[in-house]
Write a protein that binds this ligand. Structure first.
Ligand code: PEP
Ligand code: MN
Length: 344
């Protein structure tokens, strides 16, 4: 349930109610909005404490949260969350661009891509499990060097909870890959770590399951969560996955968390990426994550869905025009994030 504080409730009253919620054996999640503060009270047996909480000082009302996901729900926080990580801002009026190769193949390949996507707007590399395991900290150091030179934030995948603190020491955003979406120990670990998290939808997960997965991170105390629609498994084989863009407005109606779209994995074909990226912007996406490679033809992974530097610039131009048409603006290069791959 949600303890809604009155407008103008004092800091002492809010702190008192946070303590009260905890005393009743519930987990308090205060959310300080621009209008008023609410305290989500999460746990079993919450209904029996409703009357007692309602009579607390500075309390306007206590209402149940109907959605199965609690902290992620718009019922708890009506205003959109903006996630910031270094040069990246995503959510509300910020449309963040994350771009880069699927995997780091060499320092040259990665640095060239970082420079190219910075010109166009942003940078993403991905850590492949092989590359990360191969290079370990060396790969992460290359990513940090790319950030140093380009000023772009680094988004990279963390594969298991034992790697969280090492990856967090170098990356600005911890990506949870689609296949790990329901790895609850990993979700809790990135939740405790506190760095921004990019949570990718599993190909066979429902949107409710995605939101419940996000809830693990939020409930561990980390409010900086971005959701990512990256395509789902259907009977259709013309595209690698099916990219359901209705997820974007659907999620926006139910959660305050920003929604990023991945048109690269979502289609699996480079020639489809720019138009689906533009469609995602039109659908209200808060950001895009796109694979770019200096030579897609010779890329060691996902070359068929990677854009050349020129194609990426064209994508940026198309998306900027669509963004303008729907009253939005792509964040300029200085505020874009880099997602760097770990080297293979
Ligand atoms: C990636 O973004 O590099 C990736 C592996 O994507 P996914 O986890 O969505 O398959
Ligand atoms: Mn990939």
């Amino acid at each position: 349930m949600i303890v809604v504080m009155k407008r103008g409730a004092t800091k002492e009253q809010i702190e008192h109610m946070i303590r009260r919620v905890a005393e009743l054996g519930l987990k308090p999640h205060p959310i300080y909005g621009t209008e008023r503060t609410v305290i989500a009270a999460i746990g079993e047996k919450r209904d029996e404490h409703r009357a007692s909480l309602e009579s607390g000082p500075g309390v306007a009302e206590v209402v149940p949260i109907l959605a199965p996901y609690k902290v992620a729900s718009r019922e708890v926080k009506p205003e959109p969350t903006v996630v910031r990580a270094g040069s990246l801002a995503v959510g509300n009026c910020h449309l963040g661009m994350i771009a880069g190769p699927c995997a780091v193949e060499s320092e040259e390949q990665m640095m060239a891509t970082a420079r190219a996507v910075k010109k166009a707007g942003a940078f993403k590399p991905r850590t492949s499990p092989y590359s990360f395991q191969g290079l370990k900290e060396v790969g992460l150091k290359i990513l940090a060097a790319a950030r140093e030179e380009t000023g772009l934030a680094v988004v990279t995948e963390v594969l298991s909870e034992t790697d969280v603190s090492l990856v967090a020491a170098y990356a600005d955003v911890l990506q949870i890959g689609a296949r790990n979406m329901q790895n609850y120990r990993l979700l809790e670990a990135v939740g405790h770590e506190g760095k921004p998290v990019l949570l990718k939808r599993a190909p066979s997960a429902t949107l409710d399951e995605l939101l419940l997965a996000a809830e693990y991170v939020l409930n561990a105390g980390n409010p900086h969560v971005m959701l990512c629609e990256r395509g789902i498994r259907t009977f259709e084989t013309h595209t690698r996955y099916t990219l359901p863009l209705a997820s974007v407005p659907w999620l926006h109606e139910r959660t305050h968390l920003p929604v990023i779209v991945d048109p690269s994995h979502g289609t699996g074909h480079a020639h489809l990426v720019a138009r689906m990226a533009a469609a995602a912007v039109a659908a209200g996406a808060d950001g895009l994550i796109v694979e770019v490679h200096p030579s897609p033809e010779t890329a060691l992974s996902d070359g068929y869905q990677s854009l050349t530097f020129l194609e990426f610039e064209e994508l940026m131009e198309l998306c900027a025009r669509v963004a303008e048409a729907v009253g939005r603006k792509i964040a300029p290069a200085e505020t874009a994030a880099a997602r760097l791959p770990a080297a293979v």
